[in-house]
Design a protein around this ligand. Structure first.
Ligand SMILES: [Fe+2]
Length: 419
């Protein structure tokens, strides 16, 4: 695990930026998604029956953690009734280290499943994707996984994902975010391949009811950042645009309800849909600066992923606006009226700032308990990590480490981007 990830390479970054250009869209495009997405109790039963017809050995390995293990048990029951032998592995952990992925894959190898099921948040689903690779291809270097290299998964098992939060969209995306703990200090790595898109996603709103309000807000705002970036990124497509806009509409309408009343089942259901729809959008058109800057700030200062990335929505929109007028379409789609582009941008940015504040999420980083001294001490490192992040190459405005550092400083103070 010594080599750098494939995307930390100036040639690759340039190639990725070029691939996102307008000229290439007519000759290359893609949209990866699960074979099927089921919703609700009857949908979950239908999936277990469908998969029973598709599998011969009918052995399901279910990944979970101790917090949501009760949901894993209910999924196991569905599959047992469909004729599966099941086992639950409940050792999933946040930001899964590669050593844990290897441990999980070793357990899979002992059980020999022909179906892998993830029941949990983004970390559990990401862990399942990576462990699945090592189960199918023992000894494979996860750092060598690339969207450009076929692996030939699915010779041993299929993957189904049951999210218990509404935000990451990992149930439908081709990315797995892990922690490389073979180096000191451990670093975040992103493993991406179209082959790790789960075969099936199952949305059961009752699985998200236990989320406390701040987790509801954080995960929902993560989905919002996915949709905003998914709409504005240089990899945008008409398919992703339609999905991103629907997701933003759902989040504006239903996240405040789910936040205020955790038992509002309609709001929980719509937020699950919103997160999955956002996942389909940004999973194909990529997240950009909200995520590269948010990843870095979140990691260094210990801020929840969804909160950290959503803070950058207003700044990213302002920064992109100098290179692309697509923000005007976004504003129109969410009902903003303005006399000119300047007013349109201001109203759009204000709409997102107000939305963040309604969940007690200040958009100035200094209001997140980061002292000026600590900020200045870490700024160079935060900027470097953000610059090297896989999402940076998807910015619709070509950027630089100088601009990134400047954006970070503006976000610390809560200042509008004016460059
Ligand atoms: Fe995210």
């Amino acid at each position: 695990m010594a080599a750098k990830m494939w995307y930390i390479d100036p040639v690759m970054q340039t190639m990725l930026s070029t691939m996102g250009g307008e000229a290439i869209k007519e000759i290359y495009g893609h949209f990866f998604a699960p074979r099927a997405i089921f919703t609700g109790r009857i949908g979950a039963t239908a999936l277990s029956m469908l998969v029973a017809f598709m599998r011969e050995r009918r052995k399901a390995f279910i990944l979970s953690d101790t917090v949501v293990e009760r949901h894993a048990r209910s999924v196991a029951k569905d599959f047992q009734e469909a004729g599966f032998q099941t086992t639950i592995w409940n050792e999933s952990a946040p930001e899964p280290p590669v050593s844990l992925v290897e441990k999980c894959a070793a357990e899979m190898t002992k059980f020999e499943p022909d179906l892998i099921i993830a029941v949990g948040g983004g970390s559990t689903m990401d862990l399942a994707k990576a462990a699945w690779i090592l189960y199918e291809l023992p000894g494979y270097d996860l750092k060598a996984v690339s969207p450009l290299l076929p692996m030939g998964l699915r010779k041993k098992a299929l993957l189904a994902a049951y999210p218990t939060t509404s935000g990451t969209g990992s149930e439908v995306t081709w990315a797995s975010v892990l922690t490389d703990d073979s180096v000191t200090p451990p670093v975040k790595i992103e493993v991406s391949s179209a082959e790790i898109v789960p075969d099936f996603a199952v949305l059961l709103p009752e699985f998200t009811v236990g989320m406390p309000p701040m987790l509801t807000a954080g995960t929902g705002l993560d989905a919002l950042a996915h949709s905003v970036d998914g709409y504005l990124t240089c990899y945008d497509t008409d398919i992703c645009d339609a999905l991103a806009i629907k997701s933003i509409e759902l989040i504006f309408k239903f996240l405040p309800r789910a936040y205020k009343n955790p038992n509002d089942m309609e709001a929980r259901y719509r937020m699950q849909l919103a997160a999955t729809i956002a996942g389909l959008a940004f999973g194909n058109s990529q997240a950009a600066l909200t995520h590269s800057l948010g990843h870095s700030v979140g990691k260094v200062f210990g801020i929840h992923h969804g909160i950290a990335v959503s803070i950058f929505i207003p700044y990213a929109i302002q920064y992109y606006s100098r290179a692309s007028k697509k923000y005007v379409q976004l504003a129109q789609k969410i009902g903003i009226e303005a006399k000119d582009e300047e007013e349109c941008l201001q109203k759009l940015v204000d709409r997102f700032k107000e939305f963040l504040l309604s969940f007690k999420v200040p958009y100035a980083l200094k209001e997140h308990g980061i002292t000026k001294e600590r900020w200045q001490k870490n700024l160079a490192d935060v900027a470097k990590h953000a610059w090297e992040d896989a999402c940076t190459g998807a910015s619709p405005r070509p950027t630089s480490i100088i601009d990134i550092k400047k954006m970070l400083d503006y976000a610390y103070e809560g200042k509008d981007i004016d460059f």
